[in-house]
Design a binder for this molecule. Structure first.
Ligand SMILES: O=C(O)CCC(=O)C(=O)O
Ligand SMILES: [Fe+2]
Length: 203
């Protein structure tokens, strides 16, 4: 027999309990994925956010951008509604098809090299609702992603390859934290888009 034995199998839940995480590979043509990475890197207006921690101002270790059909408050900062740019709109449609859910907002992250990261957190803001479905697309450098259970401390790590989608749903945000750690390896840039469905926020 030739070919990939697992090619036609549905993706299995990577979490042992308390939530669902699916990794979908090769979500578009290889050529299209490479072009998407290049377009996102050069066309998105990337921001360097500054976090205030114990009265100190610290640059967030990654570049970010945010778009959405509804206004959103993020780290205390009010973001008015801001339409999806033409490079992002078809990615939203793809994310919706893959996840079987509707998304009205997206947070983009660019990890320029191994010094960029996102530390332990859960996407459990009230405006995302009780058991949010979040579709997280990866383009560019493969990086390792970690989950840690809030109560049991169980851990697992997943390599997120170029041209993939990680679909998190059920109790995942309620029960697990996630992070993308720094790496000492020489690595290229990675772009991530996390699509969410956010309840409109009043000013
Ligand atoms: O870069 C990633 O894969 C995840 C980013 C993330 O967790 C977030 O933006 O909330
Ligand atoms: Fe997150």
């Amino acid at each position: 027999m030739t070919g990939d034995l697992f090619a036609n199998e549905p993706p299995r839940n990577l979490l042992p309990f308390d939530g669902e995480v699916l990794l979908l590979r090769d979500i578009m043509d290889a050529d299209e994925a490479d072009k998407t990475f290049a377009r996102l890197q050069s066309n998105i207006v990337w921001q360097q956010e500054i976090a205030k921690l114990h009265g100190k101002e610290i640059p967030v270790p990654r570049l970010t951008a945010w778009y959405g059909e509804v206004a959103y408050r993020y780290s205390g900062v009010y973001h008015p509604a801001s339409p999806f740019p033409s490079i992002v709109a078809p990615l939203r449609t793809l994310a919706e098809e893959l996840a079987g859910a509707h998304f009205n907002t997206v947070l983009l992250n660019q990890y320029r090299d191994g010094r960029d990261s996102v530390s332990w957190h859960a996407d459990d803001e009230e405006v995302l609702g009780e058991n949010p479905v979040i579709a997280s697309l990866t383009f560019g450098q493969e990086r390792r992603f970690h989950f840690r259970h809030k109560k049991t401390g169980d851990r697992l790590s997943i390599d997120l390859p170029h041209n993939s989608a990680l679909i998190m749903s059920g109790a995942t945000q309620h029960c697990w934290l996630h992070q993308l750690p720094k790496t000492a390896r020489q690595v290229g840039p990675r772009i991530n888009l996390t699509f969410r469905n956010t309840r409109p926020e009043s000013r």
